[in-house]
Write a protein that binds this ligand. Structure first.
Ligand code: SF4
Length: 57
């Protein structure tokens, strides 16, 4: 899923959990799996699920 960095931080990460088993939000650029598509437009995606449609645009 291609998203803007400002939106990604409000999406749950499928890997990160709190100490009481609640899902945590995406860490965006602080995570090694974040992939930029267009830095000027601020779009990218989580690389854990592969490259999404539109990522080459
Ligand atoms: S980019 Fe990192 S923190 Fe964000 S959803 Fe993917 S694995 Fe989780």
């Amino acid at each position: 899923m291609l998203v803007h960095v400002d939106d990604a931080k409000f999406l749950f990460c499928p890997l990160l959990m709190t100490h009481d088993d609640r899902m945590k939000m995406c860490q965006v650029t602080q995570c090694m799996m974040w992939r930029w598509v267009d830095r000027e437009k601020g779009t990218g995606y989580c690389g854990m699920a592969g490259k999404p449609a539109g990522a080459d645009a």
